[in-house]
Design a protein around this ligand. Sequence first.
Ligand SMILES: *Cc1c(COP(=O)(O)O)cnc(C)c1O
Length: 569
Amino acid sequence: MERFLKPNIKKEGREIAYFSMEVGLTSDMPTYSGGLGVLAGDTIKSFVDLKVPAVAVSLVYNKGFFRQSIDEEGNQHEKEDDWDKNRFLTLLPNKVSVTIENRNVQIQCWEYMAKSDTGYFVPVYFLDTDVEGNDDYDRTLTHWLYGGDKRYRFHQEMVLGIGGVRMLKELGYSASKFHMNEGHSALLILELLNETMSDIEQDYEKKYDFETVKEMCVFTTHTPVPAGHDSFDMDMVNNSLGDFYPMDKLESNRDGKLCMTYLALNHSSYINGVAKKHGEVSRHMFPGYQIDSITNGVHSKSWVCDSFQKLFDLHLPGWGKDPYNLRYALSISNEEIWNAHILAKTQLMDYIRDTQGIELDTSIMTIGFARRSTQYKRADLIFNNIEKLMDVEKNGQIQIIYAGKAHPNDSGGKEIIKRIVEIGKRISDRIKVVYLPDYKISLGKILISGVDLWLNTPKRPLEASGTSGMKAMHNGVPNLSILDGWWIEGCIEGETGWSIGPLITSHEQENDDIQDSDDLYYKLKDIIIPMYYNDRNRWIRIMKHCIAFNASFFNTHRMVQQYVINAYF
Ligand SMILES: *Cc1c(COP(=O)(O)O)cnc(C)c1O
């Protein structure tokens, strides 16, 4: 009875091996922390829908990222996120090992099958060092995402890069392209070099087939500042790796350290940034490298709320399989668009009432802001001048909903949450401010579809791409954002949303908080609020433009097609 058996994954045809430090596939599998992981998950989902012969590799994180709660004063509290892997994953019998600091570390793996209605599958392998017989420390290497010190991180990256390549081989795969989603997995280059090493050549120079390995590697960089790039002390690196690898032959040095970005840049045949602007910033940061750009996207079907799914099913059949169909959203009636939006908004308000005991008014214009809480995102920019904000509110009521975790070590990020909660209390008689705890995929979906306006205020050029605004677009929610990352491409002023402050083109120009917040107040007061309350038809036209012009393009189906065309085959 073959149809009852688990599908037999054809391993020999899997040309693409996709490596990512974090993968966010569903809300309850805490193997991601934020944008990078959600992007990886969405990418894998589009691989499935488009039947791209890929296989993905990550780490399992037995203790998850962390669960966040926020107290009355706005302090963040963190709790371990123990989860039941057996609910989602199957432990395979296969094992490989990696030598770390002369210790033999056994690695096992958990299999996740990403599937779609087409019947196609993409396997995702989550590596796990919590294996009996391993040293206590080694057993913790796959416990915490972005936890521990530099040494711990490097050892995690050894498991991911070196262990990942070995595991794929052990499982019977023979990929021809290795896609590194950010530099964390760049040690896979070492293992590929090892695999292609010929024993015949005596000449050390010729032992490693650098050219073949380069041909096999694809690198996507996500970090627009030099300090953001992972680098490790050479002593620790040598001590960890042993003399097994041709470190002296690799071009990966930066200031005497092993820089994962340089390792990947020098040994990949295709390199890209994640938005046009980010490509440009990366070329400026790494002169001499050919760096292309493929703008990120989101998996359309995963980020459209129920009411809009129904509407799209009715008017734009096939939109999930082929999101280019979203281009025709202009033909949907205003009334239907607005009704679908009000359903989503009511759901959000219900969620907030049920979980926080706070009643918000569905008729008030609602602004949403959710992302990792860290200083450069400037979540509190809208509170830069409270007097001016109060003046804005005279033109029509607003309420603001926040969410976002601060990394446990990021005290600046925690301060911002505290500040928002404190200011929220002070101005609550005029503007209601709610900070929702434990931002994750499921909450993200409720939030981005249920607000009227999506706000983003990062310091330029630090938003390499940004994706939550794209999710909002899929639900007809316009953005009000700094011109950075994807929004430089997606913003048609007054048609898909609004920009904040100037477009900065020079690489030296600084961000001016006052200039940016003043522009934010001006746009809200004189353009956005009056239109929302007094010209609803104009507002709904903008909502349709968001879907037609932006959701039809800023999705992972288009993005994966661009990787196929430019990077993979
Ligand atoms: C989409 C998403 C992000 C990334 O959003 P950005 O706008 O890129 O910061 C982070 N966390 C969660 C849970 C998300 O769904």
